[in-house]
Design a protein around this ligand. Structure first.
Ligand code: FES
Length: 157
């Protein structure tokens, strides 16, 4: 399912959006390495209404994920590792059971029971090794190989 090749992603911010917004968005794409993100990890955490686990447990998982990605220096592009790993607290992913729920795109792998122990495996095996942790994965729904982001709505704004 997963492979180690870096996916080429195109992005377009229409130049007709000649405003500061265009510059700001372009800078963000470059400085954050948005076009190089792979994978992007979402986890239900800090929920408005805690459904699948307690808010405390979800925040423990979130903090662990943040800490380990920092320790591996994965949020930043590096010559030795030309991808970056993004993470996002997703409030509730609407699964409502099997505490906390985590989904990893672009592979589209949904994990259950994402406690610190599972997150450790995820960071080492999935984020770095590109290997799905079968024991905790309950759905795989990958995104297409490439995507083109169009910001046409910015022109109308
Ligand atoms: S709170 Fe975890 S899926 Fe909703």
């Amino acid at each position: 399912m997963s492979n180690n090749k870096v996916i080429q992603t195109s992005y377009q911010i229409p130049k007709t959006t000649k405003s500061l917004e265009y510059k700001a968005l372009s800078n963000c794409v470059k400085s954050l390495g948005l076009a190089k993100i792979q994978p992007h990890i979402f986890i239900c955490a800090d929920q408005t209404i805690a459904n699948c686990c307690s808010k405390r447990a979800s925040l423990e998982s979130w903090e662990y994920l943040k800490k380990r990605l920092q320790e591996f220096k994965l949020p930043k592009l590096q010559e030795s590792h030309p991808i970056c790993v993004f993470k996002t607290k997703a409030n509730c992913l609407q699964v409502y059971c099997s505490r906390p729920i985590m989904v990893v795109y672009r592979d589209g792998v949904w994990y259950r029971q994402a406690n610190p122990e599972v997150i450790e495996q995820l960071v080492q095996e999935h984020s770095i090794g590109n290997k799905v942790i079968e024991k905790y994965a309950f759905l795989t729904h990958p995104l297409p190989e490439t995507s083109l982001v169009s910001c046409e709505h910015l022109i109308e704004a």
